[in-house]
Design a protein around this ligand. Structure first.
Ligand SMILES: NC(=O)c1ccc[n+]([C@@H]2O[C@H](COP(=O)([O-])OP(=O)(O)OC[C@H]3O[C@@H](n4cnc5c(N)ncnc54)[C@H](OP(=O)(O)O)[C@@H]3O)[C@@H](O)[C@H]2O)c1
Length: 298
């Protein structure tokens, strides 16, 4: 029996837990902040239900073979008490989050050789604790090596497509390029398509070009077509489109993954001597806009 614990059973963690729990060879535990009885996930191929063990007290957790962390990046520190109880001599820890700093964010909590960064393309939303809609086919990618191979094998009997990418660094930066543009609608609380004009295009182009430049300086291969496709996607974004999780977090008055998505471009830009004025401006404005009274007024 392979023992798997998922910390943070939200949209992503809950979907992954439900898929993995379909395999009778796995014992799945979810480590939750908000309790629920069972998981019900509406997927593109039908509804799946799972009854994993649900824990809310880190002290009740036991050592497992695999931990999968699927909290938001701003909740990293809260995973510490869980990891203290779940990680034993042979445990590996997959970090399923957006951004490019999976290992850096957790290296003070888990020794880096046990950490497996995961890039996930799986749009999902939670309607209530344990109730999730997986909107499209899901893909996860991991770096090459034994840890990556073993993680991919866990998903063999799910409909989540898991693959090893020998150029994982490029993969996460390409995703960051496309995520970086979402800061504009998160700030304006409007879809970009209906208000599109040359000035907005210049701002979004600036944000994405800076991301690509910093990513390339970090060693990623990012084709110019990635930048153009991201701008095109912003140009055609229609009103009523569910905003990015950055926007949803802002509208719901939560913290936001600003640092993991755009702050990182500014920070790593500084390291490489690359100016990132557009990201710096947007990060500053969005961070300042997050106060509760503005959220209520919108
Ligand atoms: N959703 C998507 O479509 C999507 C797609 C690709 C990538 N991502 C990335 O995936 C990551 C997870 O996103 P998400 O959308 O799944 O977020 P989410 O729905 O907000 O889920 C996060 C979960 O973490 C839980 N949590 C926070 N602190 C905890 C703690 N100390 N112990 C246990 N659980 C804790 C939250 O508990 P509560 O139940 O109390 O809130 C929530 O269930 C993010 O980095 C996001 O950017 C998301």
């Amino acid at each position: 029996m392979t023992r798997i614990a998922i910390i943070g059973p939200g949209a992503i963690g809950g979907t992954i837990a439900a898929w993995l729990a379909q395999n009778p060879a796995f014992s799945v535990t979810v480590c939750a902040r908000t309790p629920f009885a069972d998981l019900e996930v509406t997927t593109p191929s039908g509804t799946i239900v799972a009854h994993p063990e649900v824990l809310t007290d880190p002290a009740s957790a036991r050592v497992v073979d695999w931990v999968m962390v699927a909290t938001k990046t701003y909740d990293v520190e809260g995973t510490g008490p869980w990891l203290d109880h779940l990680v034993g001599a042979d445990t590996r820890v997959a970090i399923i989050q957006n951004g490019v700093e999976h290992v850096r964010l957790f290296s003070h909590l888990v020794s880096p050789e046990r950490l497996v960064p995961v890039m996930i393309n799986l749009p999902a939303a939670r309607s209530a604790p344990g109730r999730i809609v997986q909107q499209r086919h899901g893909i996860i990618a991991v770096p090459a090596g034994k840890n990556g191979d073993d993680l991919v094998a866990l998903f063999a009997h799910t409909e989540i497509e898991a693959l090893v990418d020998p150029d994982f660094l490029s993969q996460v930066w390409i995703k960051l390029c496309s995520n970086s543009a979402a800061i504009f609608p998160a700030l304006t609380l409007r879809a970009t398509g209906p208000v599109w004009n040359a000035d907005i295009e210049a701002i979004i182009r600036g944000v994405v070009e800076e991301c690509a430049m910093v990513g390339r300086a970090e060693g990623a291969t990012i084709a110019q077509s990635v930048v153009e496709a991201t701008i095109e996607s912003a140009r055609t974004m229609s009103e009523g489109t569910r905003g990015s999780s950055l926007q949803v977090d802002r509208m719901e008055g939560h913290k936001m993954e600003i640092d993991a998505r755009n702050g990182v471009i500014v920070r790593l830009g500084e390291k490489h001597g690359i100016a990132t004025p557009m990201n710096r401006l947007m990060v500053t404005l969005l961070a300042a806009s997050g106060s509760p009274w503005i959220v209520q007024a919108t």
